[in-house]
Ligand binder design. Structure first.
Ligand code: PLP
Length: 411
């Protein structure tokens, strides 16, 4: 845990080379972190070193380079376990990110345990990665998706989620932090209530793990997914924490090398977990890069990052709420630094983001892979400014200034 006074945002910024560049002749103000975060030099260097000096395939080789690559790759499992306070690295399945993780749970666990008419409870503010794999089960097996709405502030009431659990409910799958509204969900209460009814819980930690300390044991999740590229690591990296009970209930997802013990003409036996769920050549370098990104974040301290972002969030909230022509979606008291908004008048989110880009401000525009939520809140598309550990109050000001230009143009 680091002292908040020690948080040197300019030093952190200097660790991310891209933040020094200009876009359209203006200093880059990168506020698209919810989609993907920038990478510190240590991660870029780690990727270069892994390819230039230490590259070989993992696990199968006895030669020096394969041993180095394997040790580095396997070492990341323990780093991730520490990062989210998993009891052991054996609970960590490495993968390419949350999309793969939830698809794996859908095939490896849910498809084995659910039958036609069984229910999966989802919140309305899930990312498509935590919706479409369950639609697959609906289409193929007749599984029923039960939706729990958020209230007018964008809060998800744990009691409403627990109340939606009926005798046929076999899984609750919820986000820890909305990628559209910024709402942080009380997943611990949801896990406790669901477990009291004998129902496991999958938590999508893609956004939350970037912004706050995560303790999967305290939360009590059965499955907790994180995605590397949002954690300042490479694309194509990620992991899912699975409890031993659920891991034992899972069938292998993808088949191939590494996940087997023996293969013959007539039979196959599988490796022990978690390797049993990691078929084929993995994202070796990506995962090594993720390990370095996690070291970097933990070096700064997740409490310190959370405290910094809380300040940025409060400042941005005050500034944006002060613009009476801006409609910010989601007013939860737990809101983290993710702001989706529309403008009064006819301006489309795409037009706003194009004007912001001319001012060097990068935001996302669209439906943010959350169409059921957009339908629920009654907007077609929004702009989204999502902040990270390296953003500053001055960048909030730059956003507000660029928005004022939009208002002049379109208002
Ligand atoms: N869940 C949430 C809440 C997200 O924000 C995202 C990415 O935007 C995902 C899941 C999917 O992550 P990935 O595309 O890295 O698999």
């Amino acid at each position: 845990m680091k002292d908040r006074a020690m948080y040197d945002v300019q030093k952190i910024r200097s660790d991310f080379p891209i933040l020094g560049r200009e876009v359209n002749g203006k200093p880059l103000v990168y506020l698209d972190n919810g989609a993907s975060a920038q990478k510190p030099q240590v991660v870029i260097d780690a990727i270069t070193t892994a390819y230039r000096d230490e590259y070989a395939n993992v696990h199968r080789g006895l030669h020096t380079l394969s041993t180095i690559a394997t040790e580095k790759y396997e070492g990341v499992r323990a780093k991730i376990a520490r990062f989210i306070n998993a009891p052991s690295e054996d609970h960590i399945i490495l993968n390419s990110g949350t999309t793969e993780a939830i698809n794996m749970v859908s095939y490896a666990w849910a498809a084995q345990h659910l039958q036609a008419g069984d229910e999966i409870v989802l919140s309305i503010m899930e990312h498509h990665a935590n919706i479409v794999p369950w639609h697959f089960l609906r289409e193929r097996m007749g599984v029923v998706i039960k939706w729990v709405d958020v209230d007018a502030n964008g809060d998800l009431d744990p009691a409403a989620v627990i109340a939606a659990i009926g005798p046929k409910t076999k899984l609750v799958a919820v986000t820890h932090m909305s990628n559209v509204l910024g709402t942080v969900v009380d997943v611990k209460a949801i896990c406790a209530g669901a477990h009291a009814k004998g129902v496991p819980v999958l938590v999508d930690g893609s956004q939350a793990a970037v912004h706050m300390p995560v303790d999967v044991q305290d939360i009590g999740a059965d499955f907790y997914a994180i995605t590397g590229h949002k954690l300042y690591g490479p694309t194509g990296s990620g992991a899912i924490y699975v409890t031993p009970e659920r891991m034992a209930e899972m069938r292998p997802f993808l088949g191939g090398g590494d996940m087997i013990r023996e293969v013959s003409r007539d039979a196959v036996t599988y490796n022990s977990a978690p390797m049993k769920f990691e078929a084929g050549t993995p994202g070796i370098v990506q995962t090594i890069g993720l390990g370095v990104a996690i070291d970097y974040m933990m070096g700064i301290g997740m409490d310190a990052i959370a405290a910094h972002e809380k300040d940025i969030c409060a400042y941005a909230r005050a500034q944006l709420d002060g613009l009476n022509w801006l409609n910010v979606q989601g007013q939860s008291a737990t809101k983290g630094a993710i702001f989706s908004f529309t403008m009064a008048g006819a301006a489309h989110a795409h037009d706003i983001s194009t004007v912001l880009d001319k001012k060097g401000v990068a935001v996302r525009a669209g439906t943010h892979c959350a169409m059921p939520l957009m339908e629920h809140i009654g907007v077609g598309a929004t702009c989204r400014a999502s902040f990270a550990m390296y953003n500053t109050r001055a960048e909030v000001d730059a956003l507000v200034e660029a928005l004022a230009l939009c208002q002049d143009l379109f208002g």
